[in-house]
Design a protein around this ligand. Sequence first.
Ligand code: FE
Ligand code: FE
Ligand code: ZN
Length: 283
Amino acid sequence: MLKIGCHLSSAKGFLHMGQEALSIGANTFQFFTRNPRGSKAKELDLQDVEAYRALAREKGIRTIVAHAPYTLNACSADEHVREFARQTLRDDLQRLEYLPEALYNFHPGSHVGQGTERGIELIAEQLNQILTPTLHTTVLLETMAGKGSEVGGCFEELAAIIERVELKEKLGVCLDTCHVYDAGYDIVNHLDDVLAEFDCTIGLERLRAVHVNDSKNPFGSHKDRHEKIGKGFLGLEALRRVVHHPLLSELPFCLETPNELPGYAEEIALLREESAIGQAGSL
Ligand code: FE
Ligand code: FE
Ligand code: ZN
């Protein structure tokens, strides 16, 4: 069964997120591990986590996605900024040990003028400092739009980071449809080619989650502005092809579109349907 859901607010805890997900027809979801701007995390409420896990088992929610604050910069030129990223990632990973079904996604970072090579080195160094052999969580590098000095705007850069990490088995990639289209991967007209390219540079076995977003900007614009499904430059049919692609069938798909719950419910229902043509054919 297709695993699809959306980004939810974690303010009211895990059980609440599980219930919200189910109420909108989702069977996975994503949440920020703390305020996205990166402040201190709330104490983890273990009773809430246990109540959530019982619900998840009963209702068939399996893999979910934890998202690190997007303001972290693991490859900043400033050692204090890097240290803050290190502390936060480490602390999040410790907390996620109570939620072994969660993947942990983060934005690789921005090299801020130091150059991509240096950025890649710093990110890998940071991962080597925080990953340990006993961790249960898989850490995902998100594919980025290549805005500003972002590292991870092409598959080669993500591959280069993974290449330098010792505990590679703890690493995966999360593909964001808006970001890759912005970055210049034409998943609208050449999805199979893009997946083939992903497979030869990174390896499809590393692909562990997908962010499903339309884009407010045209192909290759490097802007990173998410749009509602079907309202942007990717369009509903292209995003349906992603969600129903046979090579991606096991992955969790999370929407990060500008929506409240009712809008998410609609998008989840729209994406669950195969294309109009596919439907007519199956009647
Ligand atoms: Fe993200
Ligand atoms: Fe994303
Ligand atoms: Zn984005």
